[in-house]
Design a protein. Structure first.
Length: 357
């Protein structure tokens, strides 16, 4: 691997010549800008503002712009002659536990390679000391025109260095957390713990960039004149509104993905549906009696309303009174006739009995 920086590690009075090598690489797919009308590529040319001519990379240098717009040229020799001990040295300043480094500070990663045979002995000494102490080294170094902070740790048999952001470069998370007060129940925490245990660990080598593979397939299809069918959208679970049900469903799905069967007492069907079914089943068990009671109550209410509306009309009262008086007079006349002449009444009653029989 090609080195990008040569210097030394300063370990007290020990100096270890090293070479700095990039530990990471970018596999993302890059695109070019084109003119949509004819497909011509759009390029950026570096042009001098004074003579309006395009210049090459060899003709371009650095300069600092003053507030009034004037430029102060700065050369690489000027930067290399700065009175800094870290100009060509990775100066270790402390050894601290790895847990004391905030992951937010992590930046680019590099491998430190021993530069030459004489550097092998002190390099191995520092590596083994870091291993035995189970600590990391904090260091300062200068790279690409600025002084940086770094963390040295052991990866296999190599010393790796992570560039760190300075503490004042980490922004405060104020205003990012939810503004509302949310209470989490113990049952929800237990289910979250169960889900974490079920998912377990993962082999980092098995993880890959699905998006990059999909873009590569798209490019290959376009080159061959094929058209890719759009992928079906996965169910995002928008219907699940119960957090407990969602966690239970997630635990079951994770177990099934790992080839584990459901435990005793667990249902295989979807949790939210099962909860809704059980609740509705309980309500249906006493639903007939409640329905009859509701129907009877509705009939009573309707009868009372009808009677009230009928009693509120004056003509209806008079008509009812007249009909009642007529019925009373007729019944009184029948009774009087029956007393005076009982035989005809008996004759009349006999046919009624036969008719009813």
């Amino acid at each position: 691997m090609r080195s990008i920086w040569n210097g030394a590690i300063s370990f007290g009075l020990v100096s270890i010549p090293i070479k700095l090598v990039n530990a990471t690489e970018n596999h993302s797919i890059s695109f070019r800008q084109i003119h949509l009308a004819d497909g011509g590529r759009i390029r950026y040319r570096k042009v001098c503002e004074i003579d309006e001519e395009e210049v090459t990379a060899a003709e371009i240098g650095k300069a600092y712009e003053e507030p009034d717009g004037s430029m102060i040229p700065i050369t690489d020799e000027d930067l290399g002659s700065l009175p800094l001990p870290t100009a060509k040295t990775i100066e270790i300043v402390a050894f601290v536990p790895a847990a004391s480094i905030d992951p937010l500070q992590m930046d680019a990663a590099y491998y430190l390679s021993a530069n030459g045979v004489p550097a092998a002995k002190p390099y191995t000494l520092l590596r083994e000391a870091l291993k035995r102490s189970q600590k990391v080294a904090l260091a300062k170094y200068a790279l690409r025109g600025r002084e940086r902070l770094g963390m040295l740790r052991v990866v296999d048999d190599v010393i790796a260095m992570h560039g760190l952001l300075w503490p004042d470069e980490i922004r405060s998370p104020e205003g990012v957390a939810p503004e509302t007060d949310v209470k989490v129940r113990e049952a929800e925490l237990d289910l979250a713990d169960a889900l974490m245990d079920t998912l377990g660990e993962v082999d980092m080598d098995s993880l890959h960039d699905d998006y990059r593979e999909a873009v590569e397939e798209l490019i290959a299809a376009k080159a061959e004149g094929r058209t890719l069918e759009p992928a079906e959208a996965e169910d995002s679970g928008g219907k699940v509104i119960d957090l407990i049900a969602a966690l239970e469903s997630s635990v079951r799905a994770a177990k099934e993905a790992r080839g584990e069967g459901p435990e005793a007492g667990e249902e295989k069907e979807d949790a939210p549906v099962a909860e809704v079914t059980s609740l509705s089943g309980r309500r249906k068990s006493g639903g007939t009696g409640a329905k009859k009671k509701a129907t009877a109550a509705a009939k009573k209410t309707a009868a009372a309303t009808k009677k009230k509306s009928a009693s509120g009309r004056a003509p209806a009262k008079k008509t009812a009174a007249r009909s009642t008086a007529k019925k009373t007079t007729k019944s009184a006349a029948k009774k009087a006739t029956a007393k005076s002449d009982p035989k005809p009444a008996a004759k009349k009653a006999a046919p009624r009995k036969r008719a009813s029989a």
